[in-house]
Design a protein around this ligand. Structure first.
Ligand SMILES: *Cc1c(COP(=O)(O)O)cnc(C)c1O
Length: 365
């Protein structure tokens, strides 16, 4: 039996009728960018997460870029973030000309609050945290540090739509938060898409203008902006999918519980979940000292797997110059050699899960 790492077509098959109807309705309405579907989705999404304002944009990367610009962060300003993340977290920082300052992680794969303060300088303008794999970062401790130093807090929620900490959804803690609807994410469009959330009217207005060439009035740019809009077809698709999200996240949680309970191989460490938090398991990431061998073994046994991420950002060519000189990123570097992501998506079958567990438990070093 082959178990895919991810299969988007299973979910599509289940909601195909609703999706094709909705797309057809949008096509017949004749407005394809910045129309009613986008506004409805913004309102439904901000209500779901729990903020006052929402601005749909073209991608998660653009959401971060526009959030940074809305907070007036640019040329040579420093932004504290992590090195164990997807490239776009950092490429967005560079797109506005700011400098990524990498800080190490805790045992939950997210930014370690204890290590932040030694990296704060006069130039630090923001902390950009990543709720990696669907697990909330230690957000309240980090928020306290941001407040104390009067710097902005931005949440990269690209992997964590619906995750929560102490009963509040991630995306409600920062000055601005950024979501991605890339097709593989737990709330995925059928193309690119992203969202910025905030409780600040001023920041929302600026972001709304920046996504549309810096315009507030038609054909009149007040500042240099971008073209970054969530189109009506993706918005209507996301409106339908949002209604299923809690069910889908629950299924991911059940799969994670199944893996936690049934993976008994002593060579494998199952993921740790932070207290008082709801992990939505965009990815289920195990740790093993035998990563290379285990990855090869799973591939040979037709079980899909992946590494998120094999190369810390500061080890990749364009970002090597931002590697910190005074301190290390030991934990980030260590986990990058030990992590392995197993198949986790709501449509996996019980037989497939049993197959994954059986194969893993038979692995010998
Ligand atoms: C996917 C992702 C992004 C970027 O989102 P896109 O919509 O692909 O631009 C940013 N940060 C993280 C952590 C991601 O996983």
């Amino acid at each position: 039996m082959t178990v895919p790492f991810f299969d988007a077509t299973r979910q599509y098959s289940a909601i195909q009728k609703d999706i094709t109807q909705a797309i057809n309705r949008v096509l017949l309405l004749g407005k394809y960018v910045l129309g009613g579907e986008g506004i409805s989705f913004e309102n439904e999404f901000r209500t779901y997460i729990g903020t006052k304002y929402a601005i749909g944009v073209n991608s998660g990367t653009d959401a971060i870029k526009i959030a940074l610009r809305s907070l007036s962060i640019g040329q040579n300003d420093e932004v504290i973030t992590v090195t164990n993340t997807a490239v776009p977290t950092v490429s967005a920082i560079r797109e506005v000309g700011a400098i990524p300052v990498f800080v190490d992680i805790d045992e939950f794969f997210t930014l370690d609050p204890k290590k932040i303060e030694t990296s704060i300088t006069d130039k630090t303008k923001a902390i950009l945290i990543v709720h990696l794999y669907g697990q909330p970062a230690n957000i309240l401790a980090i928020k306290k540090i941001a407040k104390k130093h009067k710097i902005a807090l931005i949440e990269d929620c690209a992997q964590a739509t619906g995750a929560s900490f102490e009963g509040k959804k991630v995306g409600t803690f920062g000055d601005m938060s950024c979501f991605s609807f890339y097709p593989t994410k737990n709330l995925g469009a059928y193309g690119d898409g992203g969202m910025i959330l905030t409780n600040s009217k001023r920041l929302a207005e600026r972001a709304r203008s920046l996504r549309m060439y810096g315009m507030k009035k038609t054909y009149y740019a007040e500042e240099e902006g971008f073209n970054s809009r969530l189109d009506e077809i993706q918005a209507t698709i996301l409106r339908i999918k949002l209604q299923h999200l809690d069910t889908w996240n629950k299924k991911r949680k059940n799969i994670a519980d199944f893996y936690n309970k049934n993976i008994t191989n002593a060579l494998i460490e199952t993921p740790r979940v932070r207290n008082n938090s709801e992990h939505i398991f965009h990815l289920y990431v195990i740790r093993t000292k035998k990563r290379t061998a285990l990855k090869k073994y799973l591939q040979e046994n037709s079980i899909g797997c992946g590494v998120h991420y094999e190369y810390p950002i500061h080890q990749q060519p364009p970002y090597k110059k931002f590697a910190p000189k005074k301190y290390g990123l030991k934990e980030s570097e260590r986990v990058s050699t030990e992590i392995l992501s197993l198949p986790i998506f709501p449509e996996l079958t019980q037989d497939e899960l049993i197959q994954v567990v059986k194969t893993l438990n038979n692995f010998k070093a």
